[in-house]
Design a protein around this ligand. Structure first.
Ligand code: HSE
Length: 328
């Protein structure tokens, strides 16, 4: 069955999603798009290549059509909300999502702001309206962590989780240790490659990893976790000397996020760990270890950032919706 989507946000994630929908035979049509300056609506399906070409010159469509209008007027089953994250308010994404849910539309998002702040509210409203809110792409890029939590490990008790949740920091630490780049050089590379957030202080100060930890904690334990309850230390003060000292002991440094709910621990901090530890790997890879009562310890590793990798998570969620619920 063909599923109709409206895509809000044409940054690296939005463009990756459109490219994959155009290139693969997925039975998904795009009936609305909007970037920050313009929008397009076509109930029979937009020409995606034309949208992507127009976007290269600055905007995707008609300046008289706003994102608000796409959400409230376009004919779609699923709102794909991939606008930039505002971790402080979750806006305007939060309002777009509520508006779409009120219209009986499903939500698929990579937007960490509204999901870390308003997950319960959005899920409650979605339940009331009989639609789904899926947010696989908010944590771990291409890693199917939410599917694993909700399906494969359903029925398990989760005792703890820890992992590497920020690709930019992992990339910087890898490049500093392997090539002797300074922190600033490695950060500039990560930005150039499109891994870092629009404001990279979110990455290097550990805030992005902490937001992802909050999303995971609320998904697993529904325990009202919030960013202000996470104990956060970033990698922005880390020197090449610190990495060299770690190297001398056959260790390295990684930014580790961890949650031990029974002890009330939610923490993100740089850790000196042995090089043969399962959480030591290179580049933008992320890893999440779950300690469970039935399945024991499970570690998922995969690409944690990148346009097409994040599109993989978004498309997985769209297809989950189209195969589990009836789209009109
Ligand atoms: N800036 C994020 C990271 C992107 O580096 O992990 C994916 O959330």
């Amino acid at each position: 069955m063909t599923v109709k989507v409206a895509v809000l946000g044409l940054g690296s994630v939005g463009k990756g999603v459109l490219e994959m929908i155009a290139r693969k035979d997925l039975d998904i049509i795009v009936t609305g798009v909007a970037d920050s300056k313009s929008g397009l609506i076509d109930p029979s399906g937009l020409d995606i290549d034309a949208v992507l070409t127009a976007k290269k010159t600055g905007r995707c469509g008609d300046t008289s059509i706003s994102a608000n209008e796409v959400v409230s007027r376009a004919d779609y089953d699923v709102l794909v909300e991939v606008t930039p994250t505002d971790a402080g308010s979750g806006e305007p994404a939060h309002s777009y999502m509520k508006m779409a849910i009120e219209r009986g539309k499903h939500i698929v998002t990579s937007n960490k702001g509204p999901i870390s702040l308003h997950l319960k509210e959005l899920k409650d409203l979605a339940n009331e309206k009989g639609v789904l809110v899926r947010y696989e792409a908010t944590v771990g890029g291409a890693i199917p962590i939410m599917h694993t939590l909700g399906n494969g490990l359903a029925g398990n008790k989760f005792v703890a989780l820890y992992g590497v949740l920020n690709g930019t920091c992992n990339y910087i630490l890898t490049r500093m240790a392997a090539e002797g780049l300074t922190y600033d050089q490695a950060l500039a590379e990560a930005r150039e490659l499109g891994y870092a957030e629009a404001d990279p202080t979110y990455d290097v100060k550990g805030i992005d990893a902490a937001i992802k930890l909050v999303i995971l904690a609320n998904t697993i334990w529904n325990n009202g976790a919030s960013l202000d309850r996470v104990d956060i230390t970033g990698i922005d003060r880390l020197t090449n000397d610190a990495l060299r000292l770690a190297e001398e002991k056959d260790c390295t440094i990684r930014l580790i996020a961890e949650a031990f709910p029974e002890r009330g621990v939610l923490r993100v901090s740089p850790r000196i760990i042995r090089k043969d530890h399962p959480l030591v790997f290179e580049g933008t890879l992320n890893a999440i270890t779950l300690e469970t009562d039935m399945a024991g310890e499970i570690t998922l590793i995969g690409k944690g950032a990148g346009s097409i990798e994040t599109a993989s998570a978004i498309i997985g969620d769209i297809l989950f919706i189209s195969s589990h619920v009836r789209c009109n």
